[in-house]
Design a protein around this ligand. Structure first.
Ligand SMILES: Cc1cc2nc3c(=O)[nH]c(=O)nc-3n(C[C@H](O)[C@H](O)[C@H](O)COP(=O)(O)O)c2cc1C
Length: 230
């Protein structure tokens, strides 16, 4: 009787274990092969090469990031006597954002054309630096500075010389734009380069004073060309 019971017990246990064994191995195959291995195989191939390359790649890609996609902190600074350059400054500001700043002299220029022409000529001959009334609060917070002016006697008005000497533009990108009646940027870019030797100076824009109100497309195209908009 005992032998029969023991035999029956062994048979029952065998059946039970066989049943459990089948179910377990099926489950293992489904779980491990269908999901986990894919994830595990993929993650090392994604992670490891990145980590292996990280000392070089990170340095390179960080530099790229800093150069190409570092946030641009933009100042659009301009001087304008009769308002033409202000129109262009506002158009640029609308398209690139940032802050806008008007360079204003302590002593205003005469409104009479002949008087301002004479005064401007004299100031240029004297290499004079007019005193500025308006101040940029924190020039260090900008890395891109647009600088706008009318062409006066072939270059920037002297207040713009004052402005460029008053602040340190080292390491910043300077982008000139001017309005004129035939001379374009004249020799202003050479003068900016001389005043700001440690700055990167991008290609400037020159717009005729009489065309400022219809200059939107020219401004947009130029901003795209110099990489300031997409
Ligand atoms: C004092 C003075 C000098 C100027 N010299 C030149 C010049 O050499 N070449 C030129 O093309 N336009 C010259 N212009 C014309 C201005 O550059 C042009 O009218 C400009 O659009 C004025 O800009 P604003 O309205 O922002 O002051 C001169 C104007 C003034 C008042």
């Amino acid at each position: 009787m005992k032998k029969i019971s023991a035999f029956a017990l062994i048979i029952l246990m065998g059946l039970f274990l066989a049943a459990c064994g089948c179910t377990d191995s099926d489950t293992t195959k489904v779980d491990v092969n269908s999901t986990q291995p894919e994830t595990q195989n993929n993650s090392p191939s994604i992670t490891v090469p990145e980590k292996t390359n990280s000392p070089n790649t990170e340095t390179e890609s960080e530099n790229h990031t800093q150069t190409d996609s570092a946030p641009k902190k933009i100042l659009v600074a301009y001087f304008s006597h009769t308002g033409n350059t202000r129109v262009i400054a506002n158009q640029i500001h609308e398209k690139v954002g940032g802050d806008i700043f008007e360079i204003v002299t302590v002593n205003p220029y005469p409104t009479d054309y002949d008087s301002v022409v004479d005064q401007a000529k004299q100031e240029q001959e004297d290499n004079y630096r007019p005193q500025l009334k308006t101040k940029v609060e924190n020039i260090d917070s900008y890395n891109v500075v647009f600088i706008g002016y009318p062409n006066w006697w072939g270059t920037m008005p002297m207040p713009v010389f004052s402005f460029l000497e008053e602040y340190d533009f080292s390491g910043k990108t300077i982008i000139p734009f001017c309005t004129h009646e035939g001379s374009g940027l004249g020799r202003s870019v050479e003068d900016i380069t001389e005043l700001c030797p440690q700055s990167t100076i991008l290609d400037g824009l020159a717009i005729r004073g009489s065309s400022v109100k219809t200059a939107q497309d020219d401004v947009s195209e130029w901003l795209r060309e110099i990489g300031m908009t997409e």
